[in-house]
Design a protein around this ligand. Sequence first.
Ligand SMILES: Cc1cc2nc3c(=O)[nH]c(=O)nc-3n(C[C@H](O)[C@H](O)[C@H](O)COP(=O)(O)O)c2cc1C
Length: 328
Amino acid sequence: MTPEPNPRILLAPMEGVIDHTMRELLTQLGAVDRCVTEFVRVSQELLPPRVFHRICPELASGGRTSSGVPVYLQILGGDANLVAENSARAAELGAPGIDLNFGCPAKTVNRSDGGSIILREPERVHRIVTATRQALPPTVPLSVKIRLGFDSSDRFLDIVSGIDAARPSELVIHARTRADGYRPPAYWEHIALARSKTQLPLVANGEIWGVGDAKLAREKSGTRDLMLGRGVLCRPDLPRLVRAFDSGEEIDALTWDEIRAYLLQYLAITLKTYDARYAVNPIKQWLGYLRHYYPQAAAMFVVIKRILDPEQLRIAIAGHEDPGQKAA
Ligand SMILES: Cc1cc2nc3c(=O)[nH]c(=O)nc-3n(C[C@H](O)[C@H](O)[C@H](O)COP(=O)(O)O)c2cc1C
C-alpha cells in the first residue's frame, strides 16, 4: 500500500501583512508547502507585467521564495474574462499557480465587485473559475478560496458544486461567512459537508492557533490539508509544530530570544526592500501579532513604538533580552 502523503500546510494570503518579505522569513522557518501573494485586483483591463512583479517579486526567481517554496499569484475580480486573461498573464510570467479570491470581506473591495460578495451568485463563481481554468495552461494549478457564503451559508453547497464543475485543482475553505467576519468560531464541520458535492482536494482554514486546533479542524472538516494565517504570525513555528505533530516528533516551541533573532533577520530583509523610513513599520505590525503568544512582544512594542530609525530599532531589539522565561 502506498503511504499517504504528508498533509500539506499552506500559508494564508494576508493583504498588507504577508508580502514577499514576510513570505521570505516565514518560509525560511520551514514546514510551509506553499504561499499565496497579496491580491492583484482586476477590474478594467489586462494589467501590465510590472503589476504582477510588484505583488510577486518571486516571479524573478521562478515564483519561489529563496527556500524554494512556490508562491501562487492571487487574483481578485468579478468579471470572468478579465480574471481569466489576467490569470493567464500571471502564468505566462512564471507564476507556479493561481489562486482566486472569493473571500475578501472588505467593503471597498466588495463594492467594486470583488471578493466575498460574488458568493451571493454561485453561478457567477462557476463562470469565473471555468473561464480561468480554460485560459490557463493545463499544467498550471488553480486554487479557489472561498468563505461559507456572504450573509449566510445557505448557498454554500451550490457554491461548492459550481466550483467542482469548473475543475480547479483544489478548494480552500475559510470556514466562516462574510457576515461572521473574523469572529470565532470557525465552522470546520461545514467543510465536511462540502465533501458531498466534490472530490476536489479540500483545504481547511480559519482559527487554527495551535496544534490542538489543527487536530480538531482536521477531525471536524474531514480534511488533513490546512491553511494557516494569523496563527503563523503569532507563532512563526506553528507550521513546524503541526508538521512535527504529524510525524510524531517532539520539538520545542521557539523561545522569545529565538523570536528576537527572527525579528532582526526580518528587519534586515525589510531594509533590502523598503526605504529605511518605512522598514521599521512591518516589524511594529508583526509585534502586534506576536504579542498574542509572547507577552515579551507587548513589552518590546512599548519600547520601540516611537523609533523611526532602523539602526536604533536594531539595537533596541538586540538588547531586549528575555529575563529567562519561555513564552507562556
Ligand atoms: C489582515 C488580513 C488580510 C487578509 N487578506 C486576504 C487576502 O488577500 N486574500 C484572501 O483570500 N484572504 C485574506 N485574508 C483571510 C486569510 O487568508 C484567512 O482566510 C483568515 O485570516 C482565516 O484564517 P486564520 O484564522 O488562520 O487567520 C486576510 C486576513 C487578514 C486577517
